[in-house]
Design a protein around this ligand. Sequence first.
Ligand SMILES: O=C[C@H](O)[C@H](O)[C@H](O)COP(=O)(O)O
Length: 219
Amino acid sequence: MLTANELKLAAARKALEFVPDDAVIGIGTGSTVNLFIDELAAIKGRIKGVVSSSEASTVRLKAHHIPVYDLNTIDEMPIYVDGADEVNHYLHMIKGGGGALTREKIVAAAAQEFICIADESKYVDVLGKFPLPIEVIPMARSYVARELVKLGGHPEMRHDFLTDNGNIILDVHDLAIAKPVEMEERINQLPGVVTCGLFARRRADVLVLARQGGVEVLR
Ligand SMILES: O=C[C@H](O)[C@H](O)[C@H](O)COP(=O)(O)O
């Protein structure tokens, strides 16, 4: 029986097969991505460098002497590799457990292909058991929280936490996310919301899913 960490590592290793030569690739944030960064270090001579989605990933990339580029200097990014907190069968995701959702969404949007790496515990029928993270401008906290209650959720402020952009996170419990694209658009329209952790409009293109029986590649 493989541990969760061993499954994450298996997904990270498999994802190396998607890394093109001589390219700048996008990199997400989190424990699965950390393993991917460590694996990437072994083949860093093959790539030009990386656009990072968080200060935490940047620190790890720099520790491996992998060149980190500013997104504004990059015209083309063939792939973006990131984990997820939940991913459904349509490859819609909940992300932001580590609070990096906004920069992740920006870097993912600039990439041609989103490669999601995950262990089987993340693969769900319906999104929403994992509380949905929402990045909010601090002065809008109460207003946005009241609107989220109207949508049927129970928002909870993430204590002692600010995002890399200096904003707060509301984690929304008990949201029934039957229609992820509509829910993403609805929440993102609320004034004060920077973005929500639903990645449905820009879903994953490929899911590298590590299961006890082996690693599957789903599209
Ligand atoms: O903000 C964090 C990111 O969205 C992560 O991709 C997500 O939380 C998954 O992280 P992990 O690989 O640690 O489960």
